[in-house]
Design a protein around this ligand. Structure first.
Ligand SMILES: Cc1ncc(COP(=O)(O)O)c(C=O)c1O
Length: 389
């Protein structure tokens, strides 16, 4: 099967939110799904489920537990057991349940900002107190690079800080944290007896060929204090199939989380399980040979474009994810925010950086998982209104 990611797929009529939230003349570069069809084996697996006609409950899938166990060992050298998995309908709900399950009302949940918006809101949703610790930045020409400010992180921890919501690779800044970064974060969290929720949903979208290290794979004592959140939904573009998973290797952590979600969260359904099995058993060649080279090409195109045509804009060069992070502050754009400015003037919908915490004000997030031609049009529209200022 050969794939052509340049094909301009029409998505509006299907009803997906990315192409339907804004007016028809707006080009969307916001919510994190891709303008590409999922790979063929997933389509076949879903057809098979649809045609068989058994849509009964699917609480579990032992063969998927085995497949995931092998995958985590092979890809990340991470040893888990089939019993360590909990299957979930998505990860946003998991962030909320983790924030609740391992804390009492009034306890603190800490995170590194800018952060994916559901991180920012999760603690407050259940009467927990969010603690936001800004990442540090360095600037090399137009290249904005984020680092963890370990001193600020540790200084923000109090006896009431019980959970870290961690993101690796980090949405929105595109960093793959190094092993040394992970070890330092883990050491601090363990010393303060905190639970680490490690959202690794972007772990297979690596653009620089590096090896992803799951937080829990560092050491057995880290694994005991970590709940890892993963999903095929970003990599294989299947978020509405409703399948994600958590890995908890400590029995108490496992049971605490399971108890918190029981009867509140639905189990994945037949389509979710079938899609995940097909993705993980048959679609890695599509990721390696088709998707990642294309995304890397888009990232490089965008970086070159900005360097050439938008000299005042500073930006991240994502090591992972298909999300760029653009800092418009030096341009003093008119209007409420860069997001509003570009939506109104360029008819381009980015994500509003302000949703990622105060550290995101003046920024927009750009989703570059689209056809190169569309990405070029997005950049051309942005450039035109900036040159018109
Ligand atoms: C870090 C992170 N976690 C979770 C999600 C969403 O996961 P789900 O669709 O499974 O709720 C996203 C989506 O972009 C994400 O970037």
């Amino acid at each position: 099967m050969s794939y052509n990611l340049d094909e301009l797929i029409e998505r509006r009529s299907v009803g997906g939110i990315k192409w339907n939230l804004f007016d028809q003349d707006v080009l969307p570069a916001w919510v994190a799904d891709m303008d590409f069809r999922s790979p063929e084996p997933i389509l076949r697996a879903l057809h098979a489920v649809a045609e068989y006609g058994d849509y009964g409950y699917h609480f579990d899938a032992p063969r998927l537990r085995d497949l995931l166990t092998q995958r985590l060992a092979l890809r990340y050298n991470w040893s888990v057991q089939p019993k360590d998995f909990q299957f979930l309908p998505n990860l946003v709900s998991a962030l909320n349940f983790v924030s609740m399950a391992f804390t009492d009302p009034g306890d603190e949940v800490i995170m590194l900002t800018p952060a994916y918006p559901p991180f920012v809101s999760a603690p407050g949703n259940s009467g927990r107190v969010p603690i936001y610790v800004d990442l540090a930045t360095t600037l090399d020409g137009q290249h904005l690079r984020y680092e963890i400010d370990f001193d600020a992180f540790e200084a923000a921890i109090t006896p009431r800080t019980k959970v870290l919501l961690f993101c690796n690779p980090h949405n929105p800044v595109g960093r793959m944290w190094s092993r040394a970064d992970l070890e330092r974060i883990a050491e601090i969290c363990l010393r303060h007896n905190m639970l680490i929720s490690s959202d690794e949903i972007h772990c297979d979208l690596i653009l620089n060929g590096a090896q992803h290290t799951p937080m829990a794979s560092l050491a057995p004592e880290v694994a005991r204090r970590t709940i890892t959140l993963m999903s095929p939904s970003k990599t294989f573009n299947t978020p509405t199939l409703g399948f994600a998973f958590a890995v908890a290797q400590d029995e108490t952590v496992y049971n605490t989380f399971a108890k918190s979600t029981a009867y509140f969260l639905p189990h994945p359904g037949a389509f979710g399980f079938a899609g995940a099995y097909a993705a993980y058993s048959e679609c890695q060649p599509w990721v390696d040979e088709t998707l990642l080279p294309y995304l890397k090409g888009n990232r490089d195109f965008m970086v070159d474009y900005i360097r050439q045509h938008l000299p005042q804009l500073t930006f991240t060069i994502p090591e992972a994810t298909y999300l760029g992070w653009l800092d418009w502050r030096a341009l003093n754009l008119p209007g409420e925010s860069p997001f509003h400015f570009f939506l109104e003037k360029a008819r381009v919908a980015f994500n509003d950086g302000a949703a990622f915490g105060d550290a995101g004000k003046g920024f927009t997030r750009v989703n570059f998982a689209t056809q190169r031609q569309r990405l070029q049009e997005i950049m051309d529209r942005v450039r035109a209104v900036v040159e018109d200022l």
